[in-house]
Design a binder for this molecule. Structure first.
Ligand SMILES: *Cc1c(COP(=O)(O)O)cnc(C)c1O
Length: 429
């Protein structure tokens, strides 16, 4: 589900009118639906019923403290990729004992911090890193819990920048090298406790097949690691895709509610139905690391149209949000539906480019797309912007970061203030 729909001609987030929020707080403005976040979390949790499991939310998708706090209070663990994310989780009331630490380039400072906080597992991406972790833990007189990330060499059929499970990707250790690595580690690395095995084959997967292929391929390996080394968990990663594209055929009123077109929805129920029977008898705790699935469709970026520029070849709608606020279209051709906050009176459409103010040709939100008409002064929502949105925002072109709002029912709370011009130069000489 998602918490965005038209009510009486105005786009709402739960019971809050987005036009009111835009008027009160200005734009660009991120707005998140708490109900949607919790719905997604709970449905995944329920879909995995029947197998001992834990949902470790991938913090990098959206690391706002209030989002983390919301998930922590509902029992989520966290998958982190930096010391900074661990700091955020702790500040938000999350439990380090339910944190796993991923990433190919952990620094000494990050390792020390995570050891001292007592995280559940370091998810290690190379033998070199495992040896270094052993060394640092030894210096501190500690034992580091660890899992190695296996690269199962499975094609996730997703955009090449978010595919991670093929041999040519920088992530993980080759499938064929894992067994020997665990043998060597248990022999030579006294400060490592081999606690599990991890994998994550890519992001925005919209079919079940790659998940099944990876799980089936790794089951014999994880079974023998359990027998030989007593590992207790297997993290099968995140990557569950969401629907970004919705059909916009004319005439209908609430077109955001309509059926998805190009992307086949991989429902979470299907995900659970296919995976639970394959995982339930392994005697392992199954970790899941969803990011996008939890928050992607729970957020929008509101922006105001500043100008309409009619070129000889194209019509440009210039809006006050730019690629510095939401980089997905520029970075990996991400698609976001663009929806007027005031429901269009007619089904009329025009082919336009919606672009930001940044001095880059890649600064666009859509090109040659048929959209309902909107004019300078009107607001639109860039839908499905809850994951990899604000977290990737930058100050490029010296633009202050947008504010973030969390909606719960009829209550809207500013969970991050808009940056001021003074914030922009904070710490500079
Ligand atoms: C990014 C990442 C995730 C989350 O990916 P989503 O596609 O957002 O679910 C999970 N695990 C690891 C190791 C990651 O790097």
């Amino acid at each position: 589900m998602h918490g965005f729909s038209y009510k009486n001609g105005s786009l709402f987030c739960e019971d809050v009118d987005l036009s009111t929020l835009a008027a009160e707080h200005g734009t660009p403005l991120y707005v998140y639906s708490a109900g949607t976040i919790i719905d997604h979390y709970s449905r995944l949790d329920a879909a995995m019923n029947g197998v001992d499991h834990e949902v470790a939310y991938a913090v990098k998708a959206n690391s706002n403290l209030s989002v983390l706090r919301l998930l922590a209070t509902h029992g989520a663990g966290f998958d982190i990729v930096s010391g900074g994310e661990l700091f955020r989780v702790i500040k938000a009331g999350g439990d380090p004992a339910h944190c796993t630490f991923a990433g190919v380039g952990k620094t000494r400072d990050e390792i020390v911090y995570a050891l001292e906080q007592g995280i559940y597992s370091f998810n290690v991406e190379s033998e070199e890193e495992l040896r270094y972790l052993n060394e640092v833990a030894g210096e501190l007189g500690m034992i580091a819990p660890a899992a190695v990330r296996v690269n199962p060499n499975v094609d996730a059929h997703t955009h090449k920048y978010i595919s991670t499970g093929k041999s040519e990707n920088k992530f993980g250790v080759d499938f064929t090298a894992i067994a020997d690595l665990y043998d060597r580690a248990s022999r030579d690395l006294p400060n490592i406790k081999l606690r599990g095995l991890q994998m994550h084959i890519g992001s925005q997967l919209t079919t079940i097949a790659p998940f099944i292929e990876a799980v089936e391929k790794v089951i014999p390996l994880v079974t023998s690691l359990k027998e030989k080394h007593g590992i207790e968990f297997w993290s099968i990663g995140g990557g569950i895709g969401i629907i970004y594209k919705h059909s916009l055929e004319s005439g209908s009123i609430n077109w955001w509610e309509r059926q998805p077109t190009e992307e086949r929805p991989l429902t979470i129920e299907r995900y659970g139905k296919e995976l639970v029977p394959r995982l339930k008898d392994l005697g392992l705790k199954i970790l899941l690391e969803p990011g996008r699935y939890i928050v992607g469709n729970a957020g929008v970026l509101l922006t105001k149209c500043l100008y309409e520029k009619k070129g000889s070849a194209k019509t440009f709608k210039i809006v006050d949000a730019g690629m510095n606020d939401l980089i997905r279209p520029a970075l990996y051709e991400g698609h976001h539906e663009i929806v007027p906050l005031l429901e269009p009176a007619s089904g009329e459409r025009a082919k336009v480019d919606v672009v930001g103010p940044i001095c880059e040709s890649g600064d666009f939100f859509c090109q040659d797309r048929e959209l309902p008409n909107f004019n300078p002064g009107d607001h639109v929502a860039l839908m499905s912007a809850g994951a990899y949105g604000f977290v990737m925002a930058s100050n490029y072109n010296s633009r202050p970061l947008p504010a973030e709002i969390l909606v719960e029912g009829a209550t809207a709370t500013v969970v991050r203030k808009r940056q001021t011009l003074d914030d922009l130069i904070e710490g500079e000489l």
